[in-house]
Design a protein around this ligand. Structure first.
Ligand SMILES: *Cc1c(COP(=O)(O)O)cnc(C)c1O
Length: 485
C-alpha cells in the first residue's frame, strides 16, 4: 500500500473522542454537582503551577488519560472557583449548564462568522438573539446589537464611534499633527470602570482627555458638575466628544442619573455611552426599570451576559443606535473577502475579523430559562443581597457604606464603643477579609469608596442560596470577633 505513507496523521479518532467526551461530561457534571468540595479561593503561591509543569512541549504523543490526570493533579488545585456558591468577590457569575453545552457545541463547529457566508447561522442567530435581548431590556428597535468578547472592547468601540462622529475624516487623517482638531474631551464619573480610561487611551485621545466628574454621596455622577465642566472646557478650546453614564458601577453598583446626562449630551451633541456591564440584565425587571430611564436616548449601551445573565465567559452585548457610524469607522473589505451575496457581514462591525459563535449560548440560555426564569433568578439574587444589607444595618458593629440597588453589598466593620481612625478601620477590615477568604468557603473582595476602605459581597451565582449568604455573614462576624481578641 504505497499510498498509505502519504496519509497525514489525523485527529483523535471518533471512538476515542466518544470515550473521553463521555468522561469529560461526567467530570463536568460531578464538578457542577459538588463545586463546594473545592476551596473557593485557590491555595497556591505564585509560580507553584508553573513549577509543576515541564518547561517544554512533549516531543512524542501522550495519552489523553495522562493529560487528564495532570489536569486534575496539577491544574485543579490552581483554580479559583468562580462557579463556587461562596464566590462573592468582584462580581459573582455563573457558567450555566445550557451555556456550557452551547460552548461545547460551538467549539466543535468552529464557526467563523466574519462573513455572512462563512456562517449564515452564526451571523443571523447573533441578530436574532441580540434582538431578543434588546426587547427584554426595553431598548427600542432603533438599537442594533452586536456581540463582542468583553465590556472593555464594547466600550472601546463606543469611543471609537464617538471619535468617528466628532472628528471629520479621522479615519483617513488620524489625530496627530492636525491644527483643525481641538483637544478632545470624554466625561465620566470618578466611579467609572477603568475600561473607559483604556478606551480613551487606545483611541489616541490621551488619558488627559478623560475628565472625571465628582460623584455625590451615593456615588452618582452630578449632572450639574458635568454641565459646568463642558462649559469650562469649551471656553478653554476643548471639543467635548462623549460622556459615559454607568448603571451599576463596579465598586458600589451606584446608578448615574442617565436621563439628566442624556439631556446634557443631547444639548451639547455628545455621544452618550451607557455602561451597564453588570446591572444591565435588571432592566428586565419592572421594579428596576427606573434605573435605566433615559438609556433609550443613549447612542450606545453595553451589558455583559457573562456577568449576570448566566453565560460562560465571554459574551458582551453591545447595542448601538448609530451602528452605521461603527461600520463607517471599521469596515474595510480586502479583495479576498469580497462576496457576491450582498448580506451584512459581522466583520464590518468592529476590530476583529474572525469571531466565535457566541450567540449560540445566549440563544440557548434565553430559551432554556425563559424570560420569566431569568427574572426570577435575578430577583432571588437581589433578595439575598437585601437580606445581608438588613443584617449589616441591624448590627451595632457594622455599617453599610453605599445603597444596595442590586445584588452587591458594600459595608465595613466599625465596632461600637470606641473611636477609630480611618487607617485603623481599613486595617481591621482588611484583616477580616483575609480571615474570611482563608476559610475556603467564601471569597469576598474590597474597594475604596471616597477614600473609605470597603468590603464588598457580590451575589450572582445560580448556586448561591440563603445558606451561603448566612454563612458568609457568620464568617464575617467570627472574623471580627477573632480580630477583637
Ligand atoms: C466588569 C465591568 C466592566 C468590564 O467588563 P469586561 O467584560 O471584563 O471588560 C466594565 N464596566 C463595568 C461597570 C463593569 O462592572
Amino acid at each position: 500500500m504505497k499510498g498509505d505513507a502519504t496519509i497525514p496523521p489525523g485527529d483523535m479518532s471518533p471512538d476515542e473522542f466518544r470515550r473521553h467526551g463521555h468522561e469529560v461530561v461526567e467530570w463536568i457534571a460531578r464538578f457542577m454537582e459538588d463545586t463546594e468540595r473545592y476551596p473557593v479561593l485557590a491555595r497556591v503561591a505564585p509560580g507553584d503551577i508553573r513549577k509543576a509543569l515541564p518547561g517544554q512541549a512533549p516531543e512524542t504523543a501522550e495519552s489523553f488519560d495522562a493529560i487528564l490526570d495532570d489536569f486534575n493533579r496539577v491544574l485543579m488545585p490552581g483554580m479559583t472557583h468562580w462557579s463556587h456558591p461562596g464566590f462573592m468577590a468582584y462580581f459573582s457569575i455563573t457558567a450555566s449548564a445550557p451555556g456550557v453545552l452551547a460552548d461545547f457545541i460551538a467549539s466543535a463547529l468552529n464557526q467563523q462568522a466574519m462573513l455572512w457566508r462563512t456562517s449564515p447561522a452564526a451571523t443571523e442567530l447573533e441578530e436574532v438573539a441580540m434582538g431578543w435581548l434588546r426587547q427584554l431590556i426595553g431598548l427600542p428597535d432603533s438599537f442594533e446589537g452586536v456581540i463582542y468578547d468583553t465590556a472593555s472592547i464594547s466600550t472601546l468601540h463606543a469611543i471609537a464611534a464617538a471619535r468617528e462622529a466628532a472628528v471629520p475624516q479621522v479615519r483617513q487623517l488620524g489625530l496627530a499633527g492636525r491644527a483643525d482638531v481641538p483637544r478632545l474631551r470624554v466625561y465620566c464619573s470618578d466611579q467609572t470602570h477603568s475600561s473607559i480610561d483604556k478606551g480613551v487611551i487606545l483611541a489616541g485621545l490621551g488619558h488627559q482627555a478623560l475628565r472625571k466628574i465628582p460623584s455625590d454621596a451615593e456615588f452618582r455622577m452630578q449632572p450639574a458638575l458635568l454641565r459646568a465642566a463642558i462649559v469650562e472646557d469649551r471656553a478653554a478650546g476643548f471639543l467635548p466628544m462623549a460622556a459615559v453614564a454607568t448603571v451599576g458601577s463596579t465598586s458600589s453598583t451606584s446608578v448615574d442619573p442617565v436621563a439628566a446626562i442624556a439631556d446634557i449630551c443631547a444639548a451639547e451633541s455628545l455621544w452618550l455611552h451607557v455602561d451597564a456591564a453588570y446591572a444591565g440584565p435588571t432592566a428586565m425587571l419592572p421594579e428596576c426599570a427606573h434605573h435605566f430611564a433615559g438609556a433609550d436616548r443613549a447612542d450606545s449601551l453595553v451589558m455583559n451576559p457573562h456577568k449576570w445573565l448566566f453565560t460562560p465567559f465571554d459574551l458582551s452585548a453591545f447595542f448601538c443606535r448609530r451602528m452605521d457610524v461603527v461600520r463607517q469607522a471599521f469596515s474595510l473589505t480586502p479583495e479576498y473577502l469580497k462576496t457576491p451575496d450582498g448580506a451584512r457581514n459581522l466583520m464590518d462591525t468592529g476590530v476583529q475579523l474572525g469571531r466565535r459563535f457566541r450567540s449560540l449560548k445566549l440563544w440557548m440560555i434565553l430559551r432554556y430559562f425563559g424570560a420569566e426564569g431569568v427574572r426570577d433568578r435575578l430577583r432571588a439574587h437581589i433578595r439575598l443581597a437585601q437580606d445581608l444589607a438588613g443584617w449589616v444595618d441591624a448590627h451595632p458593629d457594622f455599617e453599610r457604606l453605599a445603597p444596595t440597588p442590586f445584588s452587591v453589598v458594600c459595608f465595613r466593620a466599625r465596632p461600637a464603643g470606641r473611636t477609630w481612625t480611618e487607617g485603623e478601620l481599613a486595617s481591621l477590615n482588611e484583616r477580616i477579609m483575609t480571615r474570611v477568604n482563608a476559610s475556603g468557603e467564601i471569597f469576598i473582595s474590597q474597594t475604596v469608596l471616597h477614600g473609605t476602605y470597603t468590603l464588598r459581597v457580590a451575589i450572582g451565582n445560580l448556586k448561591t442560596t440563603g445558606r451561603h449568604v448566612a454563612r458568609a455573614w457568620d464568617l464575617i462576624q467570627q472574623a471580627l470577633s477573632a480580630e477583637s481578641q
